[in-house]
Ligand binder design. Structure first.
Ligand SMILES: Nc1ncnc2c1ncn2[C@@H]1O[C@H](COP(=O)(O)OP(=O)(O)OP(=O)(O)O)[C@@H](O)[C@H]1O
Length: 601
């Protein structure tokens, strides 16, 4: 390890404002990487990059804790690549010189894509491989022949390579120069402890070890003790066990109180009336709920894709790529860390046959994870259609927006049953009615009238999305994706840019959505809703197509986010008190009534 003496670790807490103007060049980043960063339009280092890059370049072991979306990946990749660019080419190489271990395949794919693009932009000859534990021993052996410079994988896969002799312990000991454990706070909870323990005895003492994490936890401490020797511990001030420490400041958080039975109606109102900014990532706690929501929304002309662990890996990766490339605006992701479905799903969801339902089970992909670490691009709004069951779950879900210098918003739909969770989260973020602190505010743009104007249509359509319809479309989607998966694999190996070959936001309903539900007639909307919709639209235009346009980020930083101003104006007109029941604009279930005049819609 880089620092082998056993004295007390050097813990450094850095202030975000410190040396804010330092450039990548001033941090000592290589000219080839600087050019690559310019091409990627990455202008200046984030706080964690400012502090971690020089230390890693010096060869120190580092534990870096920084909030979600703060740029931890480049914080270790830039110095790692630089080290490999400048390494002596005559040195011994019996195994990869660098291992990057991550908890999920999605993350492994994401890191791989980032490394590949940097290497290509730098025009340097480095071989990078990404392996997963589903691969056959022969494929693993072929991929490791050479051997490559960098291996990106999960700990389970490395353990498999060791146990089947594809990687030799002695070769690792002779060649490994850098070991990165990314999303370290998650590795143990994903059950990789034994896999990591199988590797650590073979990690040479000269190997530089880096541990990246969004939160500090007992698991991180355990890993630290297992692998690192007297590391530099970098803690950005906003990281730790408290509110500002883990939730990016550029994410505005809202909640809406609504009965569980009205959730479809409320999300319809929020999306259909254009009250939130796109792209939108919606979280559910079960796969069935994600299909119910998809079927429901598509009747109103809102097309979405679903992402869950029962889909084949190629499909999941392709869905993420399409969403990141902006091919569709709504993605419904199932966060099974919150659910009983975690371990298994009935096989009926694949075969759809009654006969096989009782016994057959398929295993969900245990290396799947959409909440942690995945870098969804340009997501402005995260919606908790169902609340996560823990504060950590909440933090990581909303961390999918507001990444790097972007801004974002989260909206949680909270039923009476979920109020305790909300209270727990609010107390974690330091909200206190008595002190007037209110980081999670009631969503100010949705009025009671707006919700009620859609009630008749929504309830009618919700009834048509039966359990059987949900089951059938889930099975249909899975069948399609299994068929597509092989095609995708073959096709994208040769045409990596051909993203829209298979669109994932296809309509699943048997009957085409009725045209009259696509648009909300103007006469149904009250004045505040029309104003709110117009303001969100104007803000979108002002923001330059949802944070996407070149130069818009800098402009936004300077002028402020127009959506924040809108939410603030609207909020200031409404009371912010969190109540156990009731919600925005006095949307109490008690005084909710059907609009008779809607019957004719
Ligand atoms: N210096 C920078 N300037 C602008 N954007 C950046 C910078 N560094 C990284 N990014 C972008 O910020 C986004 C988030 O980065 P990254 O995925 O590394 O965050 P993270 O800290 O690993 O988050 P998480 O804990 O959720 O995994 C990525 O899209 C990345 O390209």
């Amino acid at each position: 390890m880089a620092e082998t003496h056993e004295d007390t670790p050097k813990e450094t807490v850095h202030k975000e404002e410190e040396e804010e103007d330092q450039s990548f060049e001033e941090l000592g980043v290589d000219a080839r990487l600087l050019r690559a960063l310019i091409k990627k339009r990455i202008e200046k280092p984030t706080p964690i990059q400012r502090v971690a890059i020089p230390l890693i370049l010096e060869g120190k072991d580092v534990v870096a804790r920084a909030k979600t979306g703060s740029g931890k990946t480049l914080a270790y990749l830039l110095p790692l690549l630089q080290k490999l660019f400048t390494a002596n080419s005559d040195r011994k190489k019996l195994a990869p010189n660098a291992f990057v271990l991550v908890p999920t395949r999605e993350l492994s794919q994401q890191v791989y894509a980032e490394v590949k693009s940097l290497v290509e932009l730098c025009r340097v000859q480095l071989k990078v491989v990404q392996l997963n534990s589903n691969m056959l021993a022969n494929d693993l052996r072929a991929a490791l022949a050479g051997p490559p410079d960098i291996l990106i994988s999960t700990p389970a896969c490395v353990a498999k390579c060791l146990s089947c002799g594809v990687l030799q312990a002695a070769s690792i000991n002779a060649s490994l120069e850098t070991l990165v454990l990314d999303e370290a706070d998650l590795l143990l909870s994903y059950g990789y402890e034994n896999d990591i323990k199988a590797l650590t005895p073979h990690v040479p003492r000269s190997c530089q070890c880096l541990l990246m994490s969004a939160t500090s936890s007992a698991d991180v401490d355990k890993l630290k003790k297992l692998i690192l020797h007297n590391p530099f511990i970098l803690t950005l001030p906003e990281v730790g066990n408290h509110k500002d420490e883990v939730i990016p400041k550029n994410v505005q958080q809202f909640w809406i109180s609504c009965p569980a039975s009205d959730k479809l109606l409320y999300i319809l109102a929020v999306l259909k009336l254009g009250l939130v900014q796109k792209k939108v990532l919606i979280f559910t706690n079960t796969i069935d709920m994600s299909f119910r929501l998809k079927l429901f929304l598509e009747k109103f002309g809102i097309r979405s894709a679903v992402l869950n662990p029962e889909l084949p890996q190629n499909s999941r990766l392709h869905i993420l790529e399409e969403f990141n490339a902006g091919l569709f605006d709504y993605l419904i992701a199932t966060d099974l860390s919150q659910s009983k479905e975690k371990d298994e799903v009935p096989k009926e969801s694949i075969v759809g046959s009654r006969k096989s339902r009782k016994h057959a089970k398929i295993k969900l992909d245990s290396e799947f994870g959409v909440v942690r670490g995945i870098d969804f691009k340009n997501v402005y709004t995260v919606i908790n259609f169902e609340m996560p069951q823990s504060v950590a779950g909440y933090v990581h879900r909303i961390g999918r927006t507001g990444r790097a210098y972007n801004s974002g918003a989260s909206v949680s739909l909270v039923s009476t049953d979920e109020m305790d969770t909300l209270e727990e989260i609010r107390s974690f973020v330091g909200d206190d009615e008595n002190k007037g602190t209110n980081s999670i505010a009631e969503f100010p743009l949705l009025t009671k009238n707006a919700v009620e104007s859609l009630r008749y249509r929504a309830e009618d359509v919700a009834k048509s999305v039966t359990r059987i319809a949900v089951r059938e479309s889930r099975a249909q989607d899975l069948r399609n994706e299994i068929l597509n998966s092989e095609k995708l694999k073959a096709h994208f190996e040769t045409n990596p840019k051909d993203l829209d070959l298979l669109k994932h936001d296809k309509i699943l309903s048997k009957n085409a959505p009725p045209p009259h539900l696509r648009d909300v007639p103007e006469y149904l909307l009250d004045k505040p809703t029309k104003e709110a919709r117009e303001m969100v639209k104007l803000a979108r235009d002002a923001m330059g197509n949802n944070n996407r346009r070149k130069g818009s980020k800098r402009k936004l930083r300077k002028e402020g986010d127009p959506l924040k101003a809108i939410y603030a104006t609207a909020s200031s007109k409404r009371p912010h008190k969190a109540r156990k029941t009731g919600g925005s604009d006095s949307l109490n279930s008690s005084d909710r009534h059907k609009h008779k005049k809607n019957k004719g819609i």
